[in-house]
Design a protein around this ligand. Sequence first.
Ligand SMILES: [Fe+2]
Length: 386
Amino acid sequence: METSYDTLLKFELPEIIYGLGSLSQIGQCARRLGGERIFLVTDPGVTEHGWVDESIKYLEKESLKHVIYDNVVTNPRCFQVEQGAKLYNQKKCDVIVSVGGGSPMDAAKGIAILVSNHGRIHDYAGCNLITQPIPPLICVPTTAGTGSDVSQFSIIGDPRKKIKMTILSRAIMADISLIDPRMLQTKPRELMAATGIDALTHAIEAYVSSLAWPLTDPHAIHAIELVFANLQKAVDTRNIEALEGMAIASLEAGIAFSNAILGAVHALAHPLSGVYDIHHGIANAILLPMVIRKNLPHAVQKFALIASAMGLDTRGMSDVEAAEYVPQMAQELISNLDLPTTLSEIGVKAVDIPAMSRDAAQDLCMQTNPHCYGIEEIESMYREAL
Ligand SMILES: [Fe+2]
């Protein structure tokens, strides 16, 4: 294993509370962070499944007041973040709690940025541009995949400009990630499959990232093992042990990618969701096998270890032989989950490829891919995935 690094490395984590029924801790956590009036960011689907009512019950048990903000959709928008920050200030809230998948969690981080840093969310797109500390933040994930509850990322879209902005900063890491695997039981099949592949993508990209190091690698490789052991069963049967496996997979993949950053799959996926409003996990599922194939020569040893984590018996194989199984095994899992496998299936048109390629080349995630692809190479990757 490589032991000398030409850059500074770091490892950041929120406090993590995990377990079946751990949602009951939400009021005590908010109280402990100094809350009196809680701003609860969620979406209508989470409300419909009863998780908001249950959260309110635990907040009220601690005599906490609350304001609900549920105007959040998949791929959260800049104006929703601005509206949320305005409401937070009007109601004089003091702690933000997000109950939901990646969209409410990313929206909550965006709201938190504007509450204390002011201006427009666009001002903070990029790396480390946040100067003022955000209000205390608790994330309660209801999907297994995004890792936003433990990450330093928030992705916010501007539908007018058809872009997704990547905000990366230590300042937006949650204070507490509260993970209750019961909450995964109410997710539709396709969403669970897509978010599970998002977790797999986080783990693989973090493991081969140029910023991977011994504190991120064990989490990344264990997350890959857990996805291959549990995702299909979790999607098909909602078995609680498989759901717990996916909750841990999402957590460990999130820990790995928040600290080692990501790669070309995410760099190419962000423009797809910006232009077409495609679910992030589905964009990743379509791109992942193809990008792995391109990346193989740049990280052969690590891909050989990934093959083993995916369940392949690699004894007697060279690293190259073992690594070559990885895109195939990823593709098989994605196909078995009935996720789309080509961009044309989800309506992507060749005419948009040049503009998306320019955005992908600029995406922060491309900088830590094992090989930095230029615009022409990215265009040919999108065409290959059509
Ligand atoms: Fe992702």
